[in-house]
Design a protein around this ligand. Structure first.
Ligand SMILES: [Zn+2]
Ligand SMILES: [Zn+2]
Ligand SMILES: [Zn+2]
Length: 243
């Protein structure tokens, strides 16, 4: 993940990023939001050419797109000069800050720490296609080999966060045994799990919820499931091809 060079080169951006990460590590959500607002203003005033990117699989990104199309007077935000604040853009500022660990003093210059965990989940399908899934049954299931890796600047991967990460993975390993794949997520069609890629995406989202803000952008999930069908391994976030 690379930060736009104009931001990496800007002292003020680096200051804001550093403050944001310090609040993130102590999980001070209110201070984080204030800092995001400060960064929003700075980007608008000094780097208006920066394109803000949404993040694949982020539910808030999808919601923010909807929000920006509707006037929500109760939630309207304004800058001190009275100008309107776009809530969708403010959310994307959050994602940009997630990518700034390397330019913040907190993360810069320090090494990278990798915490990796693997486990095997045995899951079966609700309506097995007997051709594709000859061995698919509630007491057998397919083996889904899951590898999760957190690769983050050493200052961010604190002992607390490492423990939170390992605990989340251990709970998943315990819970994902002899379950029906399609029933891992109920009553939420947007997050439905139907295949190995869906499983990778869901495992990613489940662990991210347990980590401090921003740390989720350093998480990757890989699922290998040779007996569940062709293709794979499945990665989330999806691998960027080329370069
Ligand atoms: Zn700047
Ligand atoms: Zn988002
Ligand atoms: Zn099956």
């Amino acid at each position: 993940m690379t930060v736009p060079s104009v931001i990496a080169a800007c002292t003020r951006c680096r200051e804001i990023a550093d403050t944001w990460w310090r609040y993130g590590i102590v999980d001070d959500k209110t201070a984080l939001r204030v800092e995001e607002f400060v960064f929003y203003e700075h980007l608008q005033d000094d780097h208006s050419g920066i394109t803000l990117m949404s993040v694949t699989g982020c539910r808030s990104c999808e919601e923010a797109e909807t929000m920006s199309q509707f006037a929500m007077p109760d939630l309207a935000m304004h800058r001190a000069d009275g100008s309107h604040v776009d809530p969708a853009r403010l959310h994307l500022v959050h994602h940009l800050l997630e990518q700034t660990a390397e330019i913040a003093a907190t993360g810069r210059g320090a090494g990278t720490l990798i915490s990796g965990q693997t486990f095997t989940a045995y899951l079966y399908h609700r309506s097995p296609d007997t051709e594709q899934h000859p061995r698919c049954s509630p007491d057998r299931g397919h083996a889904y080999h899951v590898t999760v890796e957190l690769t983050a600047p050493v200052a961010l991967l604190t002992e607390d966060q490492t423990i939170a990460f390992c605990t989340a993975v251990a709970e998943l390993e315990r819970d994902l045994q002899y379950r029906e794949l399609e029933r891992l997520v109920e009553n939420d069609p947007d997050r439905a799990v139907n295949d190995a890629y869906g499983l990778a995406r869901w495992v990613h989202a489940t662990i991210v919820e347990r980590l401090a803000d921003g740390l989720g952008s350093y998480l990757s999930v890989r699922v290998d499931a040779p007996d569940a069908g062709p293709g794979g391994p499945w990665l989330f976030p999806p691998a960027v091809r080329g370069s």
